[in-house]
Structure formats: structure tokens, C-alpha cells
Design a protein around this ligand. Structure first.
Ligand SMILES: Nc1nc2c(c(=O)[nH]1)N[C@H]1C(S)=C(S)[C@@H](COP(=O)(O)OP(=O)(O)OC[C@H]3O[C@@H](n4cnc5c(N)ncnc54)[C@H](O)[C@@H]3O)O[C@H]1N2
Ligand code: MOO
Length: 419
């Protein structure tokens, strides 16, 4: 196999070294879903904005009811006033209750709400079973987010609840890192796009659609280039349009190993480091910058499994950095091997596996691990990490990459780990 130039960690660091967070843009809050905050968000209103009822019921002064209880009287108060949500009440009268709705302001002077289920109503009087404690069923102003507090830190990914929080704070626009634009480009004279018939010796381009789908799912705005041939200059010609910096990253597949017609290797010599990384699949890799705009380029190997595994291990962290996120990459969880696996000398293996139920996650590597086997790749739940030179017996603790996340496992194995 020969020696390798870099460990996985070293190549990942080299990849991260060529990418920077995208420019900051001001967008409508709802368009920010999935993007990353480029500024901390300070609360210009408190949440809740005022003391409010948490239940439909009666606002009272707890001490007044307690005083009635002390002298042994029936805990009965006249009802003075109705407070629907969206109105602003006057102060609570002495020795009286106010009928309040969930979310309505608690009248000043009241400090507890007794839910309707815990009272008897008799005309315009209300009878309580026991005195409430001060604070019962009252949402305190600012208890969630105090006025002026940092409600959201820079670097937070905008999820639906973040959209909700921004809207609650009155923010209809927010500053985020622009969605990363990634050009996905397949090289290889043997390639034909899906939908067209195959001539002898040709194969359909699987990597282009697969990588485009993966990066789109991960939040990139993906652009596709026409298929690139194997003649010297073909790749540089295809990249001419991106040299002005209209994309943030170029991801290529194939043409980087030891073949006689490896166009990526030839065209990017001097602009990218083409290296052998101590992993399998995915040994041939490359990273650099192209054109006058020095657009970052990651060159992935052509075997489809190698391309996809490399996308998980190297492109995902790069996308995190481009998006302005903390670099996390593919999620990793603890797993346990259901059977023994053999290590590779000097190379870290990423074994395609199916996951069972339980925690740590039981993982069963699929029988065939060839780098060309897309059929088994499509059945893969998980990638099991086998460090170099360490054969692992059944029952070994392993790190497991979950490229599709855990939610998708749930869908495939209903009932697994249901909360
Ligand atoms: N003598 C050596 N041969 C190879 C070595 C080596 O070290 N010495 N490395 C092997 C490894 S490992 C890999 S991985 C591949 C990677 O090679 P390339 O990145 O140069 O890719 P190609 O040779 O162009 O293609 C490999 C394989 O993948 C198919 N392919 C390519 N692009 C696509 C696509 N878009 N969709 C579907 N399939 C694609 C291509 O037809 C080949 O079958 O090299 C080994 N060889
Ligand atoms: O390293 Mo290659 O990616 O095994 O097929």
C-alpha cells in the first residue's frame, strides 16, 4: 500500500486552514433558518414582558387569603374585574379577586393566581379551598430573558425555536453568515449523467448528485458544473468561472490517485496539496486554493464510497467553518461492536454498518466494504471507526459516526430508544 503522508486529523486541520466564515448579511428572521448568528442578540424587551397569569383563574393577594385562613373564616372574596389577555388592568382592589386569563397581566397588588379548577364560583364571589403561596401560577417579568440580557450568542445556529425567540423579542431581521455556496464538480471521461444511455465502458455520474444532495442537506447552496473530462486543462477550464470568488468552496471528485489521466492531479499541481491520508476508504485526498480569488478546493477520491466518507470526515467540518458554526462535523456517538473486525496497518478504517437498538449503539459492519459498493452504502446507518493496527473483538467499544443523524435511525427502526 505504501506509506501515507497525513493522519485524518492532520488532513482535517489542513482543510480547515483554507476556509473562512462567509460574509455577514442582514436577513429577515424567517429566512435565517439553518444559518448562523453573526452577532449576539440582546433583549430589547424582557420575556415575559410583564407579570402574567400562567393559568385561567383568579388573581389574589396571597397574604390576604392567608389572613382569612388564620381567623378561620371561609376563604371567599368578591370578584372585581375581568382581565382578558391583551388588556392592561388597574390595581387589584383590597380584599378582592380578579378573574384573569392565561397570559393576561396580573393586576398590580396581586401576587398569586388560583386556577379555576381549585375554586367554587357563587355569583360574583369566589371561594378558595386553601390559601395560595405568593408567586403561585404567576409568570414573572423577565424570568425567561431579562431586559438587556444576551438572549442568543454569536455562533448559534438558527433553529425554529431560535426563530421563535427572535420574533418574541421583536426582531424581524438578524445578522447571519451568508449560506455557503459550494460548487460540486465530477471529473472522469467515463462519466455520463443519469438519464442518458451508457456507452461501453461508461458509468453514470453518481458522485455529483450524491455530494450535491449531501451538501444541500447540510445547508449549503450547491451549484453543479457540467462533467469534466480527463484531458489536461479540462478542470481549469471548468473552474474559470469560479475564479472570481462567486463560490466559497469547490468540491471535486476523482482524478487524484495514481492513474495516467488524473486530471485533478495534473491541473491543480502547485495549487493544491494532493496527499495520501491514513484512512480507508479515502486515502487519496487534496486541498488547496484555486484561481486569482483563491477559492478553497477540496478534492475527493472518485470511488463513490470514498467520496462520501471523505465528505463526512473533511467537507462537513469545512462547511461548519464556512457557515460560521463551531466545527463539529459528522455526529459521533459511542457504540459497541456486535462482531470482531480486523484493523488495517497504518490506516484508520470507516466501516459501513447497520445500527441496532440500545446505548451504546450496537453496530454490525456490513459484509462487503469495497469502495465501489454504492448498494451497501445506501443501506448504511453508521460508520464504525477502527483505529489503525488495532484488531477489535466483538463487544469492543467504538466510536460511531452517524452521517444521517439519530432521528433517521428512529424512522428505520421504529420504537428504538423511544423517550
Ligand atoms: N495504482 C493505484 N491505484 C489506485 C490507488 C493507488 O494508490 N494506486 N488508489 C486507489 C484508491 S484507494 C482510490 S479511492 C481510487 C481513487 O482514485 P481517483 O480519485 O483518482 O478516482 P478515479 O481513478 O478517477 O476513479 C475511481 C473509481 O471511481 C469511479 N468514479 C469516479 N468518479 C465517479 C462518479 N462521479 N460517479 C461514479 N463513479 C465514479 C471511477 O469510474 C473508478 O471506478 O484509486 C484507486 N486506485
Ligand atoms: O482509499 Mo480508496 O478511497 O480505498 O477506495
Amino acid at each position: 500500500m505504501g506509506t501515507t503522508d497525513r493522519t485524518v486529523a492532520e488532513h482535517r486541520a489542513a482543510v480547515l486552514d483554507v476556509v473562512r466564515p462567509t460574509a455577514v448579511v442582514d436577513v429577515p428572521t424567517e429566512a435565517a433558518l439553518g444559518l448562523v448568528l453573526a452577532e449576539p442578540v440582546h433583549a430589547e424587551v424582557a420575556l415575559p414582558g410583564f407579570d402574567a397569569a400562567a393559568m385561567d383563574g383568579y388573581a389574589v393577594r396571597a397574604a390576604e387569603v392567608a389572613a382569612l385562613a388564620e381567623v378561620g373564616t371561609v376563604l371567599e372574596l368578591p370578584v372585581r374585574g375581568d382581565v382578558p389577555a391583551g388588556t392592561w388592568p388597574g390595581p387589584l382592589r383590597a380584599r378582592a379577586a380578579s378573574r384573569v386569563m392565561t397570559g393576561a397581566p396580573v393586576p398590580s397588588g396581586a401576587d398569586a393566581v388560583v386556577p379555576v379548577e381549585e375554586v367554587e364560583v357563587d355569583g360574583d364571589r369566589v371561594r378558595l379551598r386553601r390559601p395560595p403561596l405568593a408567586g403561585d401560577h404567576v409568570r414573572r417579568a423577565g424570568e425567561d430573558v431579562p431586559l438587556g440580557a444576551t438572549a442568543l450568542e454569536r455562533g448559534v445556529t438558527v433553529t425554529a425555536p431560535v426563530v421563535g425567540l427572535l420574533a418574541a423579542l421583536g426582531r424581524d431581521r438578524v445578522r447571519v453568515h451568508r449560506r455557503p455556496r459550494v460548487l460540486v464538480l465530477s471529473t472522469g471521461a467515463e462519466l455520463v449523467p443519469a438519464g442518458l444511455p451508457l456507452r461501453p465502458g461508461a458509468v453514470h455520474d453518481a458522485n455529483g448528485p450524491m455530494l450535491a444532495a449531501e451538501l444541500t442537506r447540510l445547508g449549503a447552496a450547491v451549484e453543479r458544473a457540467p462533467l469534466v473530462g480527463d484531458r489536461p486543462g479540462d478542470l481549469l477550464a471548468a473552474l474559470a468561472g469560479v475564479a472570481d470568488g462567486t463560490v466559497d468552496l469547490v468540491v471535486t471528485s476523482a482524478g487524484i490517485s495514481a492513474g495516467a489521466f488524473d486530471v485533478v492531479k495534473q491541473d491543480l499541481a502547485g495549487q493544491a496539496d494532493l496527499v495520501r491520508v491514513a484512512m480507508q476508504p479515502g486515502m487519496p485526498q487534496g486541498v488547496g486554493r484555486v484561481g486569482p480569488a483563491q477559492v478553497p478546493v477540496i478534492t475527493l477520491p472518485g470511488n463513490p464510497v470514498s467520496a462520501w466518507v471523505s465528505a463526512q470526515v473533511f467537507v462537513r467540518p469545512a462547511l461548519d467553518r464556512l457557515a460560521g458554526r463551531r466545527v463539529v462535523g459528522c455526529p459521533v456517538v459511542p457504540g459497541v461492536l456486535t462482531g470482531a473486525v480486523a484493523a488495517r496497518p497504518g490506516r484508520q478504517r470507516y466501516l459501513r454498518a447497520v445500527a441496532g437498538t440500545g446505548w451504546p449503539l450496537p453496530v454490525t459492519p456490513l459484509g462487503c466494504q469495497g469502495s465501489h459498493l454504492l448498494g451497501t452504502l445506501a443501506r448504511t446507518d453508521a460508520l464504525v471507526v477502527v483505529p489503525p493496527d488495532q484488531d477489535l473483538p466483538a463487544g469492543s467499544a467504538v466510536q460511531v459516526l452517524l452521517p444521517h443523524g439519530y432521528a433517521d435511525l428512529e424512522a428505520e427502526h421504529p420504537g428504538r430508544g423511544a423517550a
